[in-house]
Unconditional design. Structure first.
Length: 310
C-alpha cells in the first residue's frame, strides 16, 4: 500500500496546474495522466486564448510545457489510470490499472469531460482539420468562412451565435423539427441574418481533400420524402453536449443531473472532506483551458490549507 499526501487524477490544464501548485507547496503530489494525457485541449491545434502566448501556442506543446513545469517542482507524474476509488473514509483507498494500491490523504479530481460526437468515421478523419467541439477555442480560425453547428439546444445556439460574429455564414444542423433551446436563444438564432437552420436534418458524412470542405446531409431520414444533399462548409462544430468523466465517483460524490461534480460555492471542495474537483469535470458552463487551470490552482491551495489544519 503506497501512501500519498496528494493524489491528482487527470492531466489536462487543471491537473497539471494543481500538480505545479501542490509540488511547490511540498505536498509530494502524485498525478495519474489518464487515458488522454494533456486532456481534451489536445484535440485542438493552435491555442490562441491562453494568456502569455501572443502568437498562440500548439496545444500539445502547451500541455508538454505544463507537464515539465510540474515535474520541475517535484510532482510524480505517472502514465495510466485510477480504476477504483473508495472515498468513504480518510485516508482514501484507490487502485490503478496495474493493481497498485494507494492510500491518499487528499484527492484532486481533474478527469475532465468528453465532448459528444455523432460517431461518424469522418469526425475522426478530420479531427483538427475542420472538426471541432469548441467554438470559443477554434472559431477564430473561421473568420469570413462558412461553418456548420450540429445541435438544437442552448449550447448549440450559443455556439452558433458566437460563430456568427466571426464567420460569413453559419448552418445549424438540427435533427428535430424545432430547437430545444430556451425561447430567448431560439429568438436570437432565428433572427440572425447569417444563421440558417436546417431542421429535420442529419449529418451522414464529411468530405474534403486537405480538411473539411463540405458535409453530406439527409433531410427527413427514413421517411418517404427523404432528401440527400450536400453543403459546402469550412468548419464542422459539434454542440451536442459533454459527458463528464465521473463514473468512478458516482454514488460517492454529489453530482448534477448530467454527472458533473458539484463543488461548494467559490471553492473546489466536494461534499467529502479532503476531496476536491477541478476543471471541466466540475464545470458545465465555461469549459476553457484557462478556467480549468485556475481551478487547478484553487484545488491545490485548498488542499494545502486543509492538510495544515490536520
Amino acid at each position: 500500500m503506497e501512501k500519498v499526501k496528494t493524489l491528482i487524477i487527470g492531466s489536462g490544464p487543471a491537473g497539471y496546474t494543481a500538480a505545479i501548485y501542490a509540488g511547490r507547496a511540498n505536498l509530494q503530489p502524485v498525478l495519474y495522466s489518464g487515458l488522454q494525457p494533456g486532456g481534451q485541449l489536445t484535440t485542438t491545434t493552435i491555442v490562441e486564448n491562453f494568456p502569455g502566448f501572443h502568437e498562440g501556442i500548439d496545444a500539445n506543446q502547451l500541455m508538454t510545457e505544463m507537464r515539465q513545469q510540474a515535474e520541475v517542482y517535484g510532482a510524480d507524474l505517472r502514465d495510466g489510470s485510477i480504476v477504483k476509488a473508495d472515498l468513504s473514509s480518510r485516508p482514501f483507498h484507490l487502485e490503478d490499472e496495474r493493481g497498485n494500491q494507494i492510500e491518499a490523504e487528499t484527492v484532486i479530481i481533474a478527469t475532465g469531460a468528453s465532448a459528444k460526437y455523432l460517431g461518424l468515421p469522418d469526425e475522426e478523419k478530420y479531427r483538427g482539420q475542420g472538426v471541432s467541439a469548441c467554438a470559443t477555442c477554434d472559431g477564430f480560425f473561421y473568420r469570413k468562412r462558412v461553418v456548420a453547428v450540429v445541435g438544437g439546444g442552448d449550447t448549440a445556439c450559443e455556439e452558433a451565435m458566437y460563430l456568427s460574429g466571426l464567420a460569413k455564414k453559419v448552418y445549424m444542423i438540427v435533427r428535430k423539427p424545432y430547437l430545444r433551446a430556451a425561447e430567448i436563444m431560439r429568438k436570437r438564432v432565428t433572427e440572425k441574418d447569417n444563421i440558417e437552420i436546417l431542421y429535420n436534418t442529419n449529418t451522414v458524412g464529411l468530405f474534403g481533400e486537405n480538411g473539411v470542405e463540405g458535409a453530406h446531409l439527409v433531410r427527413f431520414k427514413g421517411e418517404e420524402n427523404e432528401e440527400n444533399f450536400d453543403v459546402a462548409i469550412d468548419g464542422f462544430f459539434l454542440a451536442i453536449g459533454h459527458t463528464p468523466n465521473t463514473d468512478l465517483f458516482k454514488g460517492q460524490l454529489d453530482m448534477d443531473d448530467h454527472g458533473f461534480i458539484i463543488t461548494k460555492p467559490k471553492s473546489t471542495a466536494t461534499n467529502i472532506e479532503g476531496v476536491y474537483a477541478a476543471g471541466d469535470v466540475a464545470d458545465p458552463t465555461y469549459r476553457q483551458g484557462v478556467v480549468a487551470a485556475g481551478t487547478g490552482a484553487m484545488a491545490a491551495i485548498e488542499v494545502d490549507r486543509f492538510l495544515q489544519k490536520q
